[in-house]
Structures are given as C-alpha cells and as structure tokens.
Design a binder for this molecule. Structure first.
Ligand SMILES: Cc1cc2nc3c(=O)[nH]c(=O)nc-3n(C[C@H](O)[C@H](O)[C@H](O)COP(=O)(O)OP(=O)(O)OC[C@H]3O[C@@H](n4cnc5c(N)ncnc54)[C@H](O)[C@@H]3O)c2cc1C
Length: 827
C-alpha cells in the first residue's frame, strides 16, 4: 500500500485534452529530475523541438522525497566528472532560470570505524586526487570539530570533501524544467505514455492516453517505471524498486551549514534539515518493492513506515550521534527508488531499438547524478555517439537475462546495502548466483573452484588448495586466495594451466559482404586467409576503441568474432550498427561453445598426447586456428593467448566439453597441469602488458595512445576512425599507456592509483595486479604530458604511485616487463 504525502503540488502545464503536439523531434518520458535534465540539456545544445511527458506532476515519482545529497566522488573518472558538474549546475541555475534550487556547498565528511574502512577512504581520497576532487584525510578530532554532535572516540579517521553539497530536489527539478522551457521545450503534466511506436527496428514516437506523438527520438526517463516503459518498446531495462528510508527530527538547533555526514560502517547518512537532523541509510538486507506493479495512483506517495526494519539504522545512528536517542522524530519517510543489478545507472541508446534512449535506475544518487547524466545523454543524442567514455553506465553492459523479475528482486535485496558496505577488492555478489554456468561448473567446483561473476557467468577465479577454505576472505591486504593464485600463475609460466574461458562471447559473422564490412569496421587488416586469427580493435570516429576483439577467418565469407563476456551486448550492438544494409549476419553462438584454455610451455606436449594433429610451430604457428581431434571429439583449436605463454584455446561444442575436459585433465596429470582461474590470468596478462577493454582501453583511448599501433593497418582502405588516427600518428602522443612495477614487493595495486613523475601528478593506473613472476605489483596507466610521452620521457622520470595516500617508488617502461619480444608466445 502506498500513501500520499502530498506536498504543495508542483503542476507545470497540465495537458488539455487534444492539446498534445502531433510531432516532436525528441519525446522525453518522465518528469522527474532526470527527464527534466535531459530536456534542459537538449535545449542547451540547440534542440528546441523537445516534448517532455509526465504522467502526473513534475517530480511526483521518486524525486520529490529525496534527501538531496550531492556528492562528487564516483567510481570512475568520467562519472566523477559528471557528478562534479551537478554541483556546478545546481549552483548557477537560479541565476540562469530565476528558479532557486536550494543548493548549498555544505561539504561532506565520511568517517571510518575500522582500520580497513580507513584504508578504503584513503584509497578513495587518492583516487579523488586523480579526478580533481578537493579532498582531505582528517583525524577523528578534526571530524568532531566539523560535526560537533558526533561521537568520535571510536573512529579510526575520516575524509572531508569541502565541495560536496545538498540541494532541494523539487526546486532543482523545477529549475531544470524552467530552463528547458526557456530553451523551447514543451513540458506537459498529466500525459501518460501507453506505448512506443516502432518501425523497422527504430522508435518513431509514442502513444499516450491523449493521442499519439510522432518523434524521431524517444527517451525513457521513467524512473522505477523504466522497466515497464522499456517493455512497451521490447527493450531490456533491468531495474527494480526498493524501499528506502530516512527520518527527520524536530528542530534541535542544528547549524544550517552542517556538513553531510556519512558513517558507512553504521550504514547511515545524516544532514541538517530545518534545524533538526535528517538521517537515512542503506541497510545490508533491503526491501524490494513493487513486485506486482506500481499502483496507478502513485504520485507524491510514500510507503508505510517500517520501524522494525529501520531499527538497525536507528541504533547505529544513536551510536554516532547520541542526542538522537531522545530527539523527537517529526517525519518518517519510506520512498521507493529504483536499483540496478550493479548499482550503476543506465544511460544510452537501447541495443534492441534504434532511437530509443534510456536514463534510468539511479540507485539513490539520481539527484547528484541527474545534471551530468542529462548532459551526457543529450550529447549522445545530438552527436550520435557519447562524447566521453560512459561504459560504466552504458545500458549495453547488461545481458538480456538481467531483466528477469526474480533475478532483479533477488539482486535488489543486496545491492542497496552494497552502497555503504565495504567495497572490498574482488568482492563478489552473494545473491542471484549460479545463473549462467559453464557445463564444467560442477566439475570445477569439485576441484575447489571459487567463482566470481561477470555478465552473469560464474567463472572460476581461483582454486582452493589443501588447507584453504574455498571462499573469499576479504581484506585490503593479501586475500586468502593469494597463494593459490600464485601457484596457478607459476604452473602456467613453468608447465601448463587449464582455464575454463567459456564466458568469452562468441559470434559468427557470415555473408557475402563479410570481408568488406569487417574491413570497414576493424582497424587491423582482417582480409587474411582462412585459418588466421587477427587481433583488432573497432574504433569510433574519434579513433577511440569501441571493441577489442579477435577475428578468426573460418572461410571466405565467414568469421568467428570473440570478445570479453562483459562486452557481449555492447560489441554485438556496435557491429550490428556497423553492418547497416550489408549482406551479412551476426549470430551469437556463445552458448553453443565451451572454451578451454590450455596454456603454458608444456601445452603442446599435453595436447599432442590427445591428438594426431601436428602442433609444431611450423604447422600450427601463433595466431592460426584449425579443427583437430582431441580424444574422441573434434574441436577448434586456436593458437592465441591472454597469459603470454605458448597455448591453445579449444572451442568445443558444449555437448563434448565434459569428455574433452576429462581427457585434458588425465593427460595433464604427469605434466603438472593445474586448474587456474581468472585471478591468475589477471596477474599473467598484467606482466605481459595485455590490455583489458573497459579498464585500460575504451572509447576515449586510441590504439596509438594505448600502444596498440601494431594492430592498426594504415595500408588497407578506409576504416572507421582512420582519419582520427592519421591526425594523431605523426605527432608526439600527449598521453600514452605506460607499464609500471612497484619497487617494493609488498603493496598491492588495484587500479585508480595516481601516477607521479618527478613529484607531479601525471596520470592514474587503469588496472593493477600482483605479478607473481616479477614478485611485485604491476600496473598500467595513461601518462599525460603536453610535449609528448615517449620512451625517453618515461626513462628519465622519477616515478611514484600513490596507494591510500602513501607514495611508493615505481619503475616505468613502455614495453611489458615480462617477455617484451613475445618469444615465449611464438616458440
Ligand atoms: C528516500 C530517498 C532518498 C534519496 N536521497 C537521495 C539523495 O540524497 N541524493 C541523490 O542523489 N539521490 C537520492 N535519492 C534518489 C533520487 O531521488 C532518485 O535517483 C531520482 O529522483 C530519480 O529520478 P528519476 O527522474 O529517474 O525518477 P522519478 O523522479 O521517479 O521520475 C520518473 C517520472 O516518470 C514518470 N512516468 C513514469 N511512467 C510514465 C509514463 N508511462 N508516462 C509518463 N510519465 C511517466 C513518473 O510519474 C515520474 O514522475 C533518494 C531516493 C529516495 C527514495
């Protein structure tokens, strides 16, 4: 049951029957803060023919009851950039539109109750430095001075972000709506979108309870209704609502400029509200809501109070702020908010339907994020592609199964609490597990596999050896799996390791135009003879890396394309976009093939025991593929590696996977075969300098900057992104990917650590891992220098990497620290 809390209605312009326009360039669905931001930013880019439709009144969904916290620090550089823009925009909107937002830069304090949480805060502070956020690590007593009502004797430390703030969600929404209207947009209350009009795979407008509107672009900003609106269009929008709680006390003389306080170990946030305190939080086990649909009359509505559920937050808040124990509570707010399976919002054009965009699922940071998300989406719509790398929030990171209602409900129970839970490195979800499993899953489990999840796939991350419990024990130091992964790593370097790589996304690309189409999309020359494998990128017009793939020519008109599991939807969408009217089809064959990686110097020896095929370097060189017999099965063996050793990936029809696996394991026993997982693979690939898309390379990075120029063929005819690369090619690179190894063997690089050269901040680590062969942490990251980053620049500098606010000397080099000539791969 929902109840209405009915604040002063904020009616904008009610639509009179028959008064809706018949056409608009863009139709925005939803008048919450996000929809208003999208409309506002579209008009800022000069698109005036924009209609925003709201089923009831502006801000009446989730926006109106938000606590209004506007934090700037996010999990990635570009998301932080977008969040920082929020504070800037909300501060200036009143002067621009005449509508106050209520924004105040009160600053924020996050406190740590434990030493590990303090490390987390310090790591965050180091990361913030890379992102240009002003942040300071402060002592408990300094935190107490800034927040006098707080108990501090049990704290380990805190961080202070002076630029964070708070805003009034309703007023901020109205300010953006007013700005949008001033820019030419039409904003209509009381119009419900009932259907999405589609033609030839593209959105062509909407149907409403008051008639149809033809539109070139449709944007789904329907908040927790977003999944439902997506379904109208056949588009997967995986989000689920959850109850979210806060209380407001009676006035108790609290200063208006009190900073926002976050005590995440106690699950809570607190800020001033009309002289009292507003306290809310993210409890470890949440209450998903709206399983049977959202009530028709839901506007300015709240959900019933649940003091029992809120008790945990209340108890924790009283520990931190003892005066709360006796403070009279004026208001208990329980409002629904939508959450996504990974706690990040969704932005972008839906892969299922052209011209249908989504901005939804804001995981309780929609107020802080709306400005940046609206701006980024407007740029995407107007420019035809994102102007910055938005992969973290790109809707194409989700797989179709993630729209499943039961899956979403289960995940939501957990993801709400994860906002404030320890962000342990390698932390794996506990809910909605075992959704996508390789056919070898149970066999691997019986050998001690401990699984992690990527794109829903359960993947063996490590194998517990005798005496190690097969489960994660998290810490910021070396975790319990460290020695297991080290042994797996050594086996791959010294003898042979076995990886289950089934989660790789596999596509068949076939048709008379296969070669010409791929040649246009790929930066490398893929017009090779059948049986050859080409490592290549697909680029956007800026030369940025959209896809990082291996392309295997199977026949004159047929290729197999392989990409990472996480990029399956994204890459398929990019390729389908690129196919256009060409006579070629892309078929996802992921589920039909199990992939075993047999990697290491003894892999040839091992496989030769199972096949009559000649695996010698002459007959079966690196970057080639052949069908061979393994035991009693026929499999496709491809000589490729992501670990920097001799090895083969076996693509096995799934029904033969078990028998091939058993044969490989039996034959490998006397060669020292060891099962190996993705933690070992990460360590191996880092030493070899292999890039990971989504971390080290993405749509903001060109292959030249990333050191992947060897995979670009300037000799062949035109390909997407070529002009951008040509402009870059003959100049010094102002930024370039550089490899680092820490001089000290102990500290662990995890990614996002600032890079210093001669004391100056010049970049950040994009991914890091412990290199077990090198005996120290290895990282890679982009270094920027206006006059160019080349080998000489790298050699002469004094390099340091900052971990949790402490700097450690490092060695930098352009080439990978392990086997830079790839001799081992090609032997
Ligand atoms: C208790 C609470 C506290 C919060 N505190 C904060 C905070 O401190 N900081 C922060 O950043 N975020 C906070 N949030 C999150 C924030 O409120 C949301 O992320 C944000 O409001 C989402 O905005 P939205 O525009 O996506 O959704 P909504 O505000 O729900 O807007 C969606 C709109 O779409 C309309 N709509 C739906 N279907 C249709 C249709 N078919 N036709 C036409 N219109 C339709 C709805 O009526 C609704 O108005 C909080 C949330 C809650 C619940």
């Amino acid at each position: 049951m929902a109840r209405s809390a009915a604040p002063a209605p904020v009616c904008y312009r009610p639509a009179m029957p028959g008064s809706i326009p018949s056409h608009a360039r863009v139709v925005v669905i939803g008048g919450g803060i996000v929809g208003c931001s999208v409309a506002y930013h579209l008009t800022k880019l000069g698109w005036r023919d924009v209609v925003l439709l709201e089923r009831r009144e502006l801000s009446c969904g989730t926006t109106w009851h938000a606590a209004g916290l506007v934090g700037q620090l996010r999990s990635s550089h570009n998301l932080t950039r977008l969040a920082r823009y929020g504070a800037v925009l909300y501060e200036r909107l009143e002067a621009e539109t005449g509508q106050a937002t209520g924004f105040r830069r009160s600053g924020s304090i996050s406190v740590a109750r434990t030493a590990e949480r303090l490390i987390e805060l310090k790591r965050g502070a180091s990361m913030a430095r890379c992102f240009g956020v002003d942040i300071e690590v402060i002592s408990p007593s300094e935190a107490g001075r800034l927040w006098p009502l707080m108990r501090t004797d049990d704290l380990a430390g805190a961080v202070w972000i002076p630029g964070d703030g708070r805003t009034n969600p309703i007023d901020t929404t109205l300010a953006m709506a007013r700005g949008a209207r001033q820019g030419g947009a039409t904003i209509l209350d009381n119009v419900t979108v009932t259907g999405i009009r589609r033609e030839r795979g593209a959105a062509t407008g909407v149907s409403t309870d008051q008639g149809d509107i033809a539109g070139e672009i449709v944007v789904n900003c329907a908040g927790m209704w977003g999944r439902q609106v997506g379904q109208m269009a056949g588009v997967n929008v995986p989000l689920h609502a959850s109850e979210h709680f806060y209380i407001v006390t009676e006035p108790m003389g609290v200063a208006r400029d009190l900073p926002v306080l976050r005590d995440t170990d106690g699950y809570i946030y607190v800020r001033e509200e009309v002289g009292g305190l507003l306290m809310g939080g993210f409890e470890p086990v949440a209450k998903p809501w709206g399983m049977d649909g959202i009530p028709e009359d839901f506007k300015f509505s709240l959900l019933p109070e649940d003091w029992e559920h809120f008790r945990l937050l209340m108890e924790q808040a009283c520990i931190r702020i003892p005066t709360l124990e006796t403070a009279p509570v004026r208001r208990h707010v329980n409002g629904p908010e939508s959450f996504t399976p990974d706690n990040r919002y969704m932005l972008g054009e839906a892969p299922e339907l052209r011209n249908f965009f989504v901005a939804a699922g804001f995981n309780s940071v929609g107020i802080a994020s709306a400005a940046g998300a609206g701006q980024a989406l407007a740029e995407w719509i107007v420019g035809g592609e994102p102007s910055i790398d938005l992969w973290d929030v790109d809707i194409r990171r989700f797989m179709p199964f993630q729209g499943n209602a039961r899956y979403l409900r289960e995940r939501t129970r957990e993801v709400v609490g994860l906002l404030y839970a320890m962000h342990w490195p390698f932390r794996q979800p506990e809910t909605a597990r075992n959704m996508r499993c390789s056919v070898l899953h149970d066999r691997l489990a019986s050998r001690g596999a401990v699984f992690g999840v990527v794109a829903g796939w359960e993947r063996a991350n490590w194998f517990a050896t005798d005496g190690v419990e097969p489960r994660y024990v998290y810490t910021y130091g070396r975790q319990n799996w460290f020695p297991c992964a080290a042994a797996e790593h050594r086996a791959v370097r010294e003898s042979v390791g076995l990886f289950d790589q089934t989660s790789l996304a596999k596509f068949r690309f076939q048709g008379p135009d296969a070669v010409t189409t791929l040649q246009r999309l790929c930066a490398n020359d893929v017009d090779v003879s059948p049986g050859r494998i080409v490592y290549t990128q697909m680029l956007n017009r800026r030369g940025g890396i959209e896809c990082d793939l291996t392309v295997t020519r199977l026949a004159d008109d047929t290729y197999m394309i392989v990409t990472i599991a996480a990029a399956a939807t994204h890459d398929a969408d990019w390729i389908r976009h690129g196919i256009g009217d060409s006579r070629v089809t892309l078929t996802d064959v992921t589920s039909s093939l199990t992939v075993l990686g047999v990697m290491g110097p003894r892999s040839r020896d091992l496989l030769s025991r199972l096949t009559g095929a000649d695996l010698s370097n002459t007959t079966f060189p690196f970057a080639t593929t052949r069908e061979i017999e393994i035991g009693s099965a026929v499999v496709r063996a491809t000589r490729i590696t992501y670990v920097g050793e001799l090895g083969w990936e076996l693509y096995i029809p799934s029904e033969f996977a078990a028998t091939v696996y058993e044969d490989v394991v039996a034959a490998g026993t006397e060669l020292g075969l060891r099962h190996a997982g993705y933690h070992a693979m990460d360590s191996l690939r880092m030493e070899k300098g292999y890039r990971s898309w989504g971390h080290d390379i993405g749509s903001d990075d060109t292959p030249l900057e990333a050191g992947l120029g060897f995979a670009v063929s300037f000799k062949k005819a035109d390909f997407v992104g070529r002009d951008a690369l040509l402009r870059q090619r003959d100049k010094p690179f102002a930024r370039r990917l550089v490899m680092f190894t820490l001089d000290h063997p102990d500290p662990l690089l995890l990614g996002d650590e600032p890079i210093y050269r001669d004391g100056a901040l010049v970049g950040r680590i994009t991914s890091g891992a412990y290199g077990h062969t090198l005996g120290r942490s290895v990282g890679m990251g982009y270094v920027a220098h206006p006059a160019g980053v080349d080998a000489a620049f790298v050699q002469v500098g004094r390099w340091e990497l900052e971990l949790a606010m402490e700097r450690f000397p490092a060695t930098a080099q352009i080439e990978p620290p392990y086997d830079p000539t790839s001799a081992r791969v090609r032997e």
